[in-house]
Write a protein that binds this ligand. Structure first.
Ligand code: CP
Length: 316
């Protein structure tokens, strides 16, 4: 593996999930693989899980870890090619990427969608520029359109809860939020579910259609109750409108997930990538129920990162 920015960078999802589960059983089995190697974790945006789980994953493999909060602590980056830098930006991303490559054997970078310029976001302007100038493998720690380490952790979590029918029904349901939220987690989950052996349904209010690029083979409905029927896994996530780019649109129905709504499911397991707005997106009663997998997902972030770093280290 030379980079990890989407599901397209893996060759066999089942094998990767099984390898991650083996690492979960024996996290230090490859504790010398990363000896003498350094991973740089670069954050242009906030993080709890990605930051800590990636650090732990790298440490389990014996790597040195350097973290740069580029959105706060570093020089203010310039993202325009050919810019005359006589304004507030101090360092061009091309120089930052090249210099960081001198210090690190692998670089992870988090660069959210700005939700202001749709074209720039869907073209992954920041990640693409960084990868153009970095000279070492790059891992997405969540980009403008995708969050592959989260999705792999979600696949690992689903695999740990087999169902007694040929394929589980997995439902991605939109949830309310007070802020404008990017589409990366939802896009990515959709991509990875379509690569998995599951029946996958997406439900959201009208106006919240995701980019069709990521939902091509999924069943999509605006009827949440219909979608939730017989679901084995319900993944809750907010995203802003893609059509009215970045806007929070008014909704007629209440889309917050509650125990009452789950009554039509097959005692569904509940998933959310976190952080979650409790009692806005999902009620406490659901999040704190015995069917909630939210902390298992967070734990599996370690092993999704660890298996990806291991695959890259093996090819350095
Ligand atoms: N789920 C997730 O990526 O969490 P953080 O934003 O805290 O890293």
């Amino acid at each position: 593996m030379k980079q990890f920015i989407s599901v397209k960078d893996i060759t066999n999802l089942n094998e990767l999930v099984n390898e991650a589960l083996a690492l979960k059983k024996d996290p230090f089995a490859f504790e010398t693989l990363g000896k003498g190697k350094t991973i740089g974790l670069v954050f242009l945006n906030s993080s709890l899980r990605t930051r800590m789980s990636s650090q732990k994953a790298a440490q389990n493999l014996g790597m040195e870890v350097m973290v740069l909060n580029a959105g706060q602590d570093a020089w203010n980056w310039e993202f325009e090619e050919g810019a005359i830098m006589n304004g507030t930006t101090v360092e061009h991303i091309k120089d930052a990427a090249r210099v960081l490559s001198e210090y690190c054997d692998i670089i992870g970078i988090r660069c959210f969608a700005g939700l202001k310029n749709k074209e720039e976001d869907i073209q992954e302007k920041t990640l693409s520029l960084f990868m153009k100038y970095a000279t070492v493998p790059v891992v997405s720690l969540e980009s403008a359109t995708l969050h592959p380490l989260q999705s792999l952790a979600d696949c690992i979590t689903i695999a740990e809860h087999p169902v007694t029918k040929p394929k589980p029904k997995v439902v991605l349901t939109w949830a309310p939020h007070i802020k404008s939220i990017p589409h990366a987690v939802a896009n990515s989950f959709s991509e990875w579910m379509q690569a998995s052996d599951v029946d996958f349904v997406i439900t959201h209010p009208k106006g919240y259609e995701l980019d069709e690029k990521y939902t091509q083979n999924a069943v999509v409905t605006t009827n949440q109750e219909e979608a939730l029927k017989d679901a084995d896994f319900v993944y809750v996530k907010n995203w802003s409108s893609f059509t009215d780019y970045g806007q929070v649109l008014p909704t007629k129905e209440d889309w917050m997930l509650t125990p009452e709504k789950l009554a039509v499911t097959n005692s569904a397991k509940i998933m959310h990538c976190l952080p979650v707005r409790r009692n806005v997106e999902v009620s406490d009663a659901v999040l704190d129920s015995e069917n909630s997998l939210i902390y298992e997902q967070a734990k599996n972030r370690i092993y999704s990162a660890q298996v990806v770093f291991k695959k890259i280290l093996e090819q350095l």
